[in-house]
Design a protein around this ligand. Structure first.
Ligand code: NAD
Ligand code: 572
Ligand code: ZN
Length: 356
């Protein structure tokens, strides 16, 4: 029997997150009904809560928040062949239109009609019961927990960034920013063969987490440091220039440092998003043939991300720092917003029997 108590965390406007009961959705033929296990709070969720928008994505009507989630299959639509009730899955939150030229070429992440969880106007998955297209739900191996399954979403961003940068065995890799995305990018880079890694941040606690995850060198950026100083400290620590730099802050200074620090002929991938326009030392990059590559979420990256966790090449567990019940979503978002308690990844548990 379809469960009925579908408590959901709904964003109504700036600083207005409410809990309300929504009808339990009914899966279409190609969809599955999921009992949501855990939902991670992402920086973009906090941004929508605080600002009501990100760029041209404006919250114009109430929206269920959340896009990093895992769950257990309760019901399958009649055309679903890849999943059965009881399967535990990681949910890839964006589904393309399936008919545009990008979708047809397999670059579905670039589809301009993509339906993406908690990207206005589409509802997210911070709720008890949720339906999703079955082919965007990835069965978790027995040795991967639902909590780890939730973090496959951010890990997929890191995997995609490293694929874009063509990280390979023996590479020396610089990561700028040790927030959740910088940290999963570090994990992906190491799993993909980076043998010498360095990460920067302003916050010592975040660098400590990176050390726990196995980074070789950390550089704490002080507010008064010049870019020249930062670049030379990176080279001093590594004893060489990085082959690849992965920018995970969106801060102008970091993009500039990435372009200047990267080895001649190397690659800079830009994951972070900050100011709409930046002033960059492009001549330096052009004349040294440093390739600059953008990153937009992920594209067919869930299978590799899950495999990394299954095989023990990536351990996501140290990223999980706090847990809340859905009833305490307000407290969870307050912690994410203020950074009190130095959270990395906060997980919300929508179903009461899954968390006491
Ligand atoms: P975050 O804010 O938690 O992490 C950013 C980190 O950068 C923080 O730890 C901060 O202390 C550090 N930082 C700030 N200024 C710095 C400086 N001058 N030098 C070194 N470190 C500095 O954010 P996050 O969740 O880790 O996400 C990182 C970025 O990635 C955000 O801009 C986010 O929007 C973006 N993002 C992009 C995509 C994409 O598809 N391109 C996907 C997910 C996230
Ligand atoms: O997990 C996906 C994700 N993507 C982020 C940020 C956080 N998490 N991106 C940055 C914002 N863009 S966006 O295009 N947008 C709000 C839809 O500006 C998406 C990628
Ligand atoms: Zn996100």
């Amino acid at each position: 029997m379809t469960p009925q108590d579908n408590l959901a965390a709904v964003l109504y406007g700036i600083e207005d997150l409410r809990l309300e009961r929504r009808p339990t959705p009914i899966p279409q033929d190609h969809q599955v009904l999921l009992k949501i296990a855990t939902v991670g709070i992402c920086g973009s969720d906090v941004h929508f809560l605080v600002n009501g928008r990100i760029g041209s994505y404006v919250l114009e009507k109430p929206m269920i928040i959340g896009h990093e989630a895992s769950g257990t299959v309760l019901e399958v639509g009649k055309n679903v062949t890849n999943l059965k009730p009881g399967d535990r899955v990681a949910i890839e939150p964006g589904v393309g239109c399936r008919t545009c030229s990008f979708c047809k070429k397999g670059k579905y992440h670039l589809c301009s009609d993509m339906i993406f969880c908690a990207s206005p106007p589409y509802d997210g998955n911070l709720c008890r019961y949720y339906v999703h297209d079955a082919d965007f739900c990835f069965k978790l191996p027995d040795n991967v927990s639902l909590e780890e399954g939730t973090l496959i979403e951010p890990l997929a961003v890191g995997v995609h960034a490293c694929k874009r940068a063509k990280v390979r065995f023996g590479d020396v890799v610089l990561i700028l920013g040790a927030g959740p995305i910088g940290l999963v990018t570090l994990l992906a880079a190491k799993a993909m063969g980076a043998t010498k890694t360095i990460i920067t941040d302003l916050v010592g606690g975040r660098l400590d987490k990176a050390k726990e995850l196995g980074v070789d060198y950390t550089l704490k950026i002080e507010k008064n440091m010049t870019e020249v100083e930062i670049v030379s400290k990176i080279e001093e620590l590594l004893q060489e220039a990085p082959d690849v730099s992965l920018e995970c802050t969106g801060v102008e200074q970091c993009v500039r440092v990435a372009l200047e620090a990267t080895k001649t002929g190397g690659v800079v991938t830009l994951v972070g998003l900050g100011k709409f326009e930046l002033t960059l030392p492009l001549e330096n990059a052009i004349l040294r043939e440093v390739d600059i590559r953008g990153v937009f979420r992920y594209n067919n990256d869930y299978p590799a991300a899950i495999e990394m966790v299954k095989t023990g090449k990536v351990d996501l567990k140290p990223l999980i720092t706090y847990h809340f019940r859905i009833e305490d979503s307000g407290k969870a978002f307050h912690m994410a917003k203020t950074g009190e308690g130095n959270p990395i990844k906060i997980l919300i548990h929508p179903n009461p029997d899954d968390y006491y």
